[in-house]
Design a protein around this ligand. Structure first.
Ligand code: HEM
Length: 214
């Protein structure tokens, strides 16, 4: 516990840990999206995949690690933001706002809040649903509701913005800053962010429009 408090007090360690947790969470999202694509194959494939996952003895440990990563990423990012605001003089703040900032960087807090709301709704609907015997039917039922689907698409817009800045910012925090590689890292961050968000947003829209796998 003491070392967690020490970590929260050291600003550079905190920044690095936020970035590291963020990159690991991007890894989770890629695996989660790949698993969700089984929805396109129909109930047998998706429920079979979910059952396979549920029977994995490593799942409880992986879920605890995942929850810890999300909580750490949010808590340490909030503390860093509060400290930066306190330390930064007004003039610097207004100067920064003028140039060099992207939509992604400007909206980090707003997109984070929307994603947190999404995560709470999402976990309640699927991970903590009372009857999870047919996950495919559960997901498809929710995705027949156009407001629910609209909320998912909106949240995935926030995910694209959050990751487009978050991934490149993590590389800067790790010290990867080079005139030749930085522009490439920035472009790749945007591409990865858009691909992940579009993949996640596609599934509910497909379920609503096409009615699921036939
Ligand atoms: C089309 C979009 C998505 C679908 C259909 C979907 C579906 C699901 C389902 C069915 C579960 C329960 C899995 C199980 O317990 O076996 C789940 C869990 C979860 N989802 Fe999603 N998901 C989507 C997008 C997302 C996004 C964008 C995030 C993060 C920003 C996310 C984060 C999570 C987390 C953290 C869990 C809990 C994992 C665990 O504890 O095992 N999901 N999702």
């Amino acid at each position: 516990m003491r070392c967690l408090v020490d970590l929260l007090e050291s600003s550079i360690a905190k920044k690095i840990s936020v970035a590291l947790a963020g990159i690991l969470l991007v890894g989770f999202l890629a695996v989660h999206l790949a698993g969700n694509l089984f929805l396109l194959e129909g109930p047998q494939a998706f429920n079979g995949y979910a059952e396979h996952l549920a029977n994995n003895p490593l799942l409880p440990a992986a879920e605890i690690l995942l929850a810890a990563l999300f909580l750490w990423h949010i808590a340490a990012a909030l503390v860093t933001r509060a400290q930066n605001r306190k330390a930064r003089p007004e003039g610097y703040q207004s100067q920064r706002a003028k140039g060099g900032r992207t939509w992604g960087s400007r909206s980090m807090t707003a997109t984070a809040l929307l994603l947190l709301a999404f995560l709470i709704v999402h976990l309640k609907s699927f991970r903590f649903a009372s009857d999870r015997s047919d996950l495919y039917a559960l997901v498809m039922k929710d995705f027949q509701n156009k407001y629910y689907v609209g909320f998912y698409v909106l949240a995935m817009g926030a995910l694209a913005l959050h990751l487009s800045h978050g991934i490149q910012s993590a590389f800067q925090t790790f010290g990867v800053n080079h005139p030749r590689y930085t522009p490439w890292i920035k472009r790749t961050s945007v591409v990865v962010a858009v691909l992940l968000a579009a993949g996640f947003a596609f599934l509910p829209v497909w379920a609503l429009v096409a009615g699921g796998a036939r």
